[in-house]
Design a protein around this ligand. Structure first.
Ligand code: IPE
Ligand code: IPE
Ligand code: MG
Length: 258
């Protein structure tokens, strides 16, 4: 097993200060919460114990991101490819999701956190679909931060569905195919209501997107952290923010300073 060294990430060229002034806080942070299984097996525990422990990190990071002034926090909770896992693990994850929703919704509402879901909820168990609708309703007036939970989410599927809708509208003569642009496609995605992520963090040392926010990540900054999700805490989050703030985002143009 590869050993991960908490907090000991070598600084890459991207992380050496280039701007005279640190950048502002990221408005939207998205996290690929990875490494729950390895956290557990490394301790001789069943994988589901890692998922359970991962919920603590969800609570901690949600509260902390809000305290730091992050406006949107997206958490990748279950991918459309995660159905490939053994049935017991999928069911175990769904049970933990039920547990989290039952315990956390009221707290989120009280703390002004609005919850939104992205992904194909129609394939989720019916009771979970009801919980999702209820949670979105219960937290709808929250204006401190929006917590976006990606559940049964896959970015290629999302882009395909958006394309299909635009094609249907074009075939019906409602829109001119030549008029389809970035904004029209973005408006058909699950994320239509949200800005693109400024920062995407993946825990556990893996360096890939795994079908997460492919369109939306066009100009996101990436941070890959050598820590499993259950070990990812407030301090690790702050380190990510500090590294992000040293990045020089150019969006294809030229450097503004430094
Ligand atoms: C992330 O942890 C949680 C989900 C994908 C649901 P993993 O379950 O992927 O943990 P590893 O990557 O196997 O360690
Ligand atoms: C991505 O992690 C999905 C979530 C974090 C929910 P995976 O563990 O499923 O990704 P791969 O299979 O290692 O690429
Ligand atoms: Mg994984």
């Amino acid at each position: 097993m590869r050993r991960l060294m908490p907090g000991r990430n070598a600084l890459s060229a991207a992380d050496t200060p280039k701007t005279a002034e640190p950048r502002p806080m990221p408005g939207h942070v998205a996290v690929i919460m990875d490494g729950n299984g390895r956290w557990a097996t490394g301790r001789g525990l069943p994988r589901i114990a890692g998922h359970k422990r991962g919920i603590n990190s969800v609570r901690k990071i949600t509260r902390h991101a809000k305290a730091r002034g992050v406006r949107y926090l997206t958490l990748f909770a279950f991918s459309t490819e995660n159905w490939l896992r053994p049935k017991e693990e999928v069911h175990g994850l769904f049970d933990l999701f039920r547990y989290y929703m039952r315990r956390e919704c009221r707290t989120l509402a009280r703390e002004g956190v609005r919850i939104r879901f992205i992904g194909d909820s129609s394939e989720m168990p019916a009771d979970i679909q009801s919980m999702m609708v209820e949670a979105e309703g219960m937290t709808a007036t929250g204006d401190a931060m929006t917590l976006i939970v990606a559940l049964n989410y896959g970015s290629r599927g999302e882009i395909v569905a958006a394309s299909r809708r635009l094609a249907a509208r074009a075939a019906a003569g409602e829109i001119d195919p030549a008029a389809i642009d970035d904004a029209m496609l973005a408006a058909e995605l699950n994320t239509a209501d949200f800005p693109d992520p400024d920062l995407i963090i993946r825990t556990s040392g893996e360096q890939r997107l795994s079908n997460f926010l492919l369109w939306q990540a066009a100009y996101s900054e990436f941070l890959f952290v050598d820590r499993h999700w259950p070990d990812f805490d407030e301090e690790a989050f702050d380190q990510c923010i500090e590294r992000y703030r040293l990045r020089d985002r150019r969006f294809g143009g030229l450097r503004k300073s430094g």
